[in-house]
Design a protein around this ligand. Structure first.
Ligand code: SF4
Ligand code: SF4
Length: 175
C-alpha cells in the first residue's frame, strides 16, 4: 500500500545472545571473586576530590570592581549583574543555568571568584537556584578532607581503594 512502510523485524541472533549472557555471568563471577569496585557508598563514603575540582562558586565582594567580565564570559548566561544600593553592580548566579565551567573564576582579574569543592547541594525550587549577591556572600560549606574521604589509586589498570574510611574504626578493639 502506498505510503506505508513495513519495518523488518530482525531475526533473533541466538548465538550472540547466549555469548552476551555468558559474558555477563562471567563478569559477575569475576567481580565476586576479585572485586574491582569503583562505586562508593555515598554519602557514607566520598571520593577525594582533586585540587582543581570545579564545585560551587565562592564570591568576595571586597575584591569585585564591577567590571562585568564574568557576566560577559559566562557561556551559559548564568551571571546577571544587579545594581546595589551603593550604585555599583554585583553579580548574581543562576545555578539552574550554571554549567560549572569556571570561566568566571578564570576571567576575573581581581580573584573575586574562587572555586570550592562543595557540590552536593539541593535547591527546593528554581527560584532558590538564583543566588543573589547577598546569598553568594554566604560561603558554601567547603568539603572537609575528613575521615569519610576515600582515596583511590590506579594499579595495573584497576581502580583500587587505598584506605577504607572506616578501617580504623573496624580495626579498633581487635588487638
Ligand atoms: S569579573 Fe570579577 S571583578 Fe569583574 S564583576 Fe565579575 S567578580 Fe567582579
Ligand atoms: S561556572 Fe561557568 S556557567 Fe557557571 S557562572 Fe561561572 S562562567 Fe557561568
Amino acid at each position: 500500500m502506498p505510503g506505508i512502510y513495513r519495518i523488518k523485524v530482525p531475526s533473533p541472533d541466538f548465538p550472540r545472545r547466549v555469548k552476551g549472557h555468558l559474558e555477563a555471568i562471567g563478569t559477575g563471577l569475576k567481580e565476586l571473586i576479585v572485586p574491582n569496585r569503583v562505586t562508593t557508598q555515598y554519602p557514607r563514603e566520598r571520593r577525594k576530590l582533586s585540587d582543581n575540582f570545579r564545585g560551587m562558586l565562592q564570591y568576595d565582594i571586597d575584591k569585585c570592581i564591577s567590571c562585568f567580565q564574568c557576566a560577559f564570559a559566562c557561556p551559559a548566561n548564568a551571571i546577571v549583574m544587579k545594581k546595589a544600593p551603593n550604585g555599583k553592580y554585583y553579580p548574581c548566579v543562576n545555578y539552574a543555568k550554571c554549567i560549572f565551567c569556571h570561566f568566571c573564576v578564570d576571567v576575573c582579574s581581581k580573584g573575586a571568584w574562587k572555586a570550592s569543592k562543595f557540590m552536593d547541594v539541593a535547591f527546593p525550587d528554581m527560584e532558590e537556584m538564583l543566588l543573589t549577591t547577598e546569598k553568594l556572600l554566604r560561603p558554601p560549606e567547603v568539603e572537609r578532607e575528613d575521615e569519610r574521604s576515600v582515596e583511590y589509586e590506579f594499579r595495573a589498570g584497576k581502580l583500587i581503594m587505598k584506605k577504607h574510611p572506616f578501617e580504623d574504626i573496624t580495626q579498633a578493639g581487635k588487638d
